[in-house]
Design a protein around this ligand. Structure first.
Ligand code: HEM
Length: 531
């Protein structure tokens, strides 16, 4: 009797139709998924042990729990070989050896894809409210052609924002020592300074806007890593929950900036309708990333690109690329400097900053920043020793026929590859006494024409031995801006604050494929009076 009722109930169209739809949906996803996934090459699997029943899965579990040990083991045992590194936050990764970095970088995008790796690692189809914005891949060109050439004109505004942000977050009290969390304050300082160049005043001082940008910068890697934990067919089902914070922060950011974007679009159109002489009577256009994005969108001719939401999302994406990278790097730099042995690094750098500033009339310019060679060397040394990347140069094989490496490993289409950044930059064969922070490793005094000249390697120069900003065609296009921003930040901190010197540098956690600085570590600072 009960079973008859149940059968009748289950056979009702209202139950059968959705059930059939769900079944078809799952079958389509399964088929799609089956077609994905390259055949893994037959190379050592890091983290797998003899007798493992499911070597990839078990290695993935072990590697995710302790990625540092895996990196050290890979370097000790298989330094010159390709190894497979299964890890939960990413599709299985083949880590190529140091001597194959140049080979990797010589491959065109049609063989090793940069964007395809980023789209999959961050699961952009789920983690972005509108995935067509990251998929438009317009940032690299805009940063290279608009931001980098204008760093010189931006420096005074950035210096002003650095001073404002330090006064707010590190304080102005010259009598008392203050204990503060380096990372927490740095991310607010960097968030404000970067947004001064991205959206200008007063938006860069709106805590809600800066917080949404910072929160989004956490949402994307975190939700991307969580999505990667799920079997592909299940991702559409779990995505709405996992990516809820992404939607909240995107909408908050859009809400705060949309009015300004619409105003600027109206101004842009009005300006275009005028003759060049008439336009001269108008106030000067803002000079920031938002304005250059409007110009880029309009000259591209695709109306999707000048929708207010698209433009807001583009600024948000650059916040994601710029803020955590720079705050992690500046946090590590502070700890490397205050724990530096022999002591005295802080004093040497402070002297350089003082004399360069005095020689340039007391104001920062691009030329003055270029004269901070000791500081630049110390920044490069910190980026080497404390790079936030454990592995880097992530790419996906996109060539139909796959790719065979010089050492004969064949990689199928769809295989993710990377390079061992941590191991290379801490290798004694690459850098003498690599585990020691030597702030002036990258600069030296040279005599020229009877005078003294400083030789140095800029922070921004990439190579197979220096991978903090990646390398090759996709090396970070924001690195020249980041270098100027970091110099202004560190110069202000060193000039205006005394630091409590630390006996040892605090260690940070490893998350996924990254080495993060200690997020809660504090230092004691006091505002200096004799600046
Ligand atoms: C110290 C701070 C920074 C570090 C350590 C850093 C590091 C990196 C790295 C490792 C890559 C990947 C390169 C590769 O795989 O070859 C990258 C790419 C990128 N970075 Fe940065 N970055 C920093 C700051 C910035 C800033 C300030 C911006 C924006 C103003 C930015 C925008 C980008 C973009 C858009 C890409 C993607 C490039 C492409 O599509 O080809 N980064 N960055």
């Amino acid at each position: 009797m009960l079973s008859d009722t149940l059968t009748t109930l289950l056979l009702r169209p209202a139950v059968v139709v959705p059930a059939l739809c769900a079944l078809v949906y799952v079958c389509v996803l399964l088929l799609k998924w089956r077609r994905r996934g390259p055949r893994l090459p037959n190379i050592p699997i890091m983290g797998a042990r003899k007798g493992d029943w499911f070597p990839i899965l078990q290695a993935q579990w072990r590697n995710t729990r302790d990625f540092k040990t895996v990196m050290e083991q890979a370097h000790a045992q298989y330094k010159d070989e390709a190894v497979l590194v299964p890890v939960a936050s990413s599709p299985p990764l083949v880590m190529l050896p140091h001597h194959e970095v140049d080979f990797m970088m010589q491959q065109p995008d049609s063989v090793l894809g940069f964007n395809e790796r980023a789209f999959e690692l961050y699961q952009v189809d789920y983690t972005f409210v509108d995935p067509s914005v990251p998929r438009a891949t317009l940032h690299e060109a805009l940063l290279r052609t608009a931001l980098t050439p204008r760093i010189g004109t931006l420096v005074p505004a950035l210096a002003d924002e650095v001073a404002w942000a330090f006064d707010k977050h590190w304080g102005t009290n010259t009598t008392e020592w203050r204990e503060l969390c380096v990372f927490e304050t740095m991310r607010h300082i960097v968030g404000g300074v970067a947004n001064r160049a991205f959206v200008g005043l007063p938006f860069c001082r709106n805590p809600e806007l800066v917080n949404s940008g910072m929160a989004f910068a956490v949402d994307i890697p975190l939700s991307g890593a969580l999505m990667n934990l799920f079997w592909a067919p299940l991702r559409p089902l779990v995505a709405p929950l996992i990516t809820l914070p992404n939607r909240i922060h995107t909408r908050a950011f859009r809400r705060l900036i949309t009015g300004e974007i619409k105003r600027r679009l109206k101004d842009y159109d009005a300006r275009q309708a005028m003759s060049p002489d008439e336009a001269k009577s108008l106030p000067v256009e803002p000079s920031d990333l938002l304005q250059w994005s409007i110009h880029q969108a309009k000259s591209n001719g695709n109306p999707f690109l000048w929708r207010a939401e698209t433009l807001a999302d583009r600024i948000l994406i650059v916040n994601f690329a710029a803020i955590h990278t720079t705050s992690f790097t500046s946090t590590w730099a502070v700890f490397d400097l205050v724990a530096s042995i022999p002591r005295g690094t802080v004093d040497i750098l402070r002297e350089e900053i003082k004399s360069v500033l005095a020689a340039n009339g007391g104001a920062w310019t691009k030329k003055a920043l270029a004269q901070l060679v000791k500081l630049e060397s110390a920044m490069r040394e910190s980026a080497r020793l404390s790079s936030i990347l454990a592995v880097g140069l992530g790419r996906v094989v996109v060539a139909e026929e796959g790719l065979t490496t010089p050492s004969g490993v064949h990689l199928d289409k769809g295989q993710h590859v990377a390079a061992p950044v941590y191991a290379v930059m801490l290798d004694d064969h690459v850098y003498e006494d690599a585990a020691t922070f030597k702030p002036f490793r990258f600069c030296s005094a040279a005599t020229e024409g009877g005078g003294q000249r400083q030789n140095y390697v800029p922070l921004t120069t990439t190579g197979p031995d220096f991978l903090a900003f990646g390398h090759g065609k996709h090396a970070c296009p924001g690195r020249y801006f980041a270098a100027a921003e970091l110099k202004l930040i560190l110069a202000y901190a060193l000039l205006h604050y005394e630091f409590e010197i630390l006996p040892v540098k605090p260690e940070g956690p490893w998350y996924g494929l990254n080495r993060i600085p200690p997020l809660t570590a504090t230092i004691r600072v006091r505002r200096r009076t004799n600046v």
